[in-house]
Design a binder for this molecule. Structure first.
Ligand code: GDP
Ligand code: CO
Length: 411
């Protein structure tokens, strides 16, 4: 892959945020290139084997899920965490059929689990992590809650990198690119504490019967503006470095996943920045994680070559995303009166004037959890847990053609 070199890196305490890097080409010549960052296929492939891709899904069109799963590179393990309806129709069962069919044909490794399986809640309770549980000990609704289930399973598999891909993407080829972009980001990083966040080149919309290649959405524009303002008011120098505040498509090293806190639902992505600023930024009061402090935390922001075409979920969804995203900034330790009043101006349509943005529920780091025993509990008790392993040998696949003689693949 050929990527632009980051032109500038904003250093904010121990957090290094690299400026947006465009994908120049999805492949490359594989030589020393002083003008761009050339990442070889072998290097990317060695990351893919150590990468788990988590697909959170809730009642999405099965055709879209099918395309997404088929596009994720073979070397990655795919973990599907579903919160889809089980009555009146069991959508989770249909999702499992899609997964099984791809696995049977490809032998790719898959794990799937349903977020509301009572055993998932019991397993969290058993390992001492109650902050995402309802009173009846089931896991709350929410994308972030599903992501945490997936991260623990990825950890128990010994994966070093964890990435996320939404299930509602219309273009399988773009999903494949996202995963390769993650791997490229990890190839560039110099610290075990790294996050790669994607920025869409375009997010096409239908406007008056034509496709319009829109660059910015209202939520991401606002989120980025206020995240940047947090840095600017702290350093005294204006910056626009943050362009991926709401990046649903992102990946991180397991080392970093262990020490992050997670905000509930859709506020999880902007809160990554707020948490890192508060905990590792210029005004961090306490050194909580000395290793990460010393090694530094790198954030790569990559502009994809492919546009992002996904299911539109309507104005209510957009408003709730805007509110929960800006709430994370409002409740940051770095948020001063100036940022607060600008934020409230933006939310005036959604909040009644006397209200302040409600604080999102924050879930503590997962580093202390025994992920192995969590996954073992799911494996032995959870009815919805399915693990389709990569057997490595497929017999009688290729009968003719010039590959004859390699009909038994051993990997
Ligand atoms: P947007 O693309 O950021 O507007 O958000 P989406 O509504 O597309 O959600 C992102 C992904 O999270 C999609 O694949 C959803 O199906 C999935 N998702 C949404 N809510 C939940 C949930 O409660 N649990 C799980 N596991 N996934 C969810
Ligand atoms: Co979406």
């Amino acid at each position: 892959m050929l990527l632009e070199l980051p032109r500038h890196t904003e250093i904010f305490g121990s957090v290094k945020i690299h400026e947006l890097q465009r994908v120049i080409k999805l492949d490359s010549g594989g030589f020393e290139n002083p003008r761009a960052c050339d990442i070889t296929w072998d290097d990317i492939k060695s990351i893919l084997k150590r990468l788990a891709i988590i697909v959170p899904v809730k009642n999405e069109n099965l055709h879209l899920l099918d395309g997404v799963l088929r596009a994720i590179p073979f070397d990655c393990t795919i973990i599907v965490v579903s919160n889809s309806d089980r009555v009146p129709q069991d959508i989770y069962n249909m999702e499992k059929e899609v997964i099984t069919s791809i696995h049977n044909l490809s032998q790719q490794e898959f794990i799937s689990i349903h977020q509301k399986d009572p055993e998932v809640g019991f397993a969290f309770h058993d390992v001492g992590y109650d902050s995402l549980l309802e009173k009846d000990k089931t896991v709350r609704d929410g994308k972030s809650e599903g992501m945490i289930i997936g991260m623990l399973i990825a950890k128990s598999l010994g994966k070093d990198f964890i990435g996320f891909v939404d299930a509602d993407n219309y273009v399988p080829g773009s999903v494949r690119e996202y995963v390769l972009d993650y791997a490229a980001g990890f190839c560039m990083s110099k610290t075990p504490y790294t996050m790669v966040r994607l920025h869409w080149r375009y997010k096409p919309k239908v406007v008056e019967d034509r496709l319009y290649f829109k660059k910015w959405g209202r939520v991401s524009e606002a989120t980025n503006r206020y995240l940047n303002l947090l840095i600017s008011t702290c350093t005294g120098f204006e910056t626009g470095v943050v362009l991926t505040g709401n990046a649903g498509e992102h990946a991180l090293t397991t080392n970093l996943a262990d020490i992050m806190e997670y905000s509930t639902g859709y506020s999880v992505e902007p809160y990554h920045f707020v948490y890192l600023f508060d905990t590792f930024g210029l005004k961090a009061e306490e050194i909580l994680y000395p290793d990460a402090f010393n090694a530094g935390i790198e954030i790569f922001q990559i502009e994809t070559l492919n546009p992002h075409l996904h299911e539109e979920k309507g104005q209510v969804h957009i408003n709730s995303m805007l509110l929960s995203s800006l709430s994370t900034v409002y409740h940051s330790k770095l948020c001063n009166d100036h940022v607060m009043s600008e934020l409230l101006d933006n939310l005036v349509d959604i909040l009644r004037s006397w209200e302040t943005p409600p604080q999102n529920v924050i879930m503590p780091p997962i580093g202390g959890i025994d992920a192995d025993s969590f996954t073992k509990m799911l494996e032995s008790h959870a009815e919805t847990f399915t693990w389709l392993k990569h057997e490595g040998v497929m017999e009688g696949v290729i009968e003719e053609g010039y590959l004859t003689g390699k009909s038994v693949q051993s990997v």
